[in-house]
Write a protein that binds this ligand. Sequence first.
Ligand code: ZN
Length: 305
Amino acid sequence: MKSIAMLTISAAVVVFLTNSGWAQQIALTIDDAPWPHSELYQGMERSQLLIRHLNEANVSQVVFFVRGKWADSQRGLQQVQLYVEAGHLIANHSYHHWDFDNVDAPQYTQDILKAERVISNLPNFTKWYRFPLLHEGNTRKKRDHLRAFLTQHGYINGYVTVDTWDFYINHLVQKGLRKGWRVNMDKLRDLYLEHMWNAITFYDGVAKQFLPRPVKHTLLLHDNDVTAMFIKDLVELLREKGWTIISPEDAYADTLIKTAPDVLLNNQGRVMATAKSKGYPGPYRSSEDEHTIEGMFTKYHVWEN
Ligand SMILES: [Zn+2]
């Protein structure tokens, strides 16, 4: 009897620790939709693969931040409609994908409204804005102008909390394929998963240091070949590690980091900007740089010839 009682107590303690521990929750947010054709896929073919993998992984909702110019064609609109039909959210990622560092605020805001005209009639259109390159304004004046503009137009900033460089992994893959190199997909997947996991644990580690309770994370992904091929593996990895995939709506309701801090470091995401505002001296990124990722391609022997 005693041992059964002890077991019951142990189980209760485990449940208590799990519930009171640092809950690991993350939403998937996908930029640069609808990506056109690549070395591996036609646009529509890739979108279908991505949706199939999200379904197989039982992820019911992600958000696609759409480049207005790419959706402004029959090809692009078809891909976006596929995302809508699958129940995912559609949000604004500007029309031309300009870097806000290089454009003045009035020109930049017109570009946001131009994208809105392309996508606002779609069901599931949501007034979230994702800054291209995560550049939210390189001066306080520009930054504050945009913050006011987004509020006036009913938008929230579709911030990320976990920055990743999946786009650079994808870029290197395309570059190699164009040279006629053969890619080992298993090794590429391992490289991708290591990069993503490093980024997630890095930004969550900073959150743990500087925030009083767990944040609901938003993971930066891109509508490209590596995402379409490996999203299911990434979701499986996260769940194995005890993470829960949540909807973007749930993530953006997180009051803990809903208010943007008064710092100019905005291109590493909301957790990092918040930590900086509380005195975090850096480092501000984990392995999101060209040198590290190129080194990983060598380490993993991604190319077979
Ligand atoms: Zn983008």
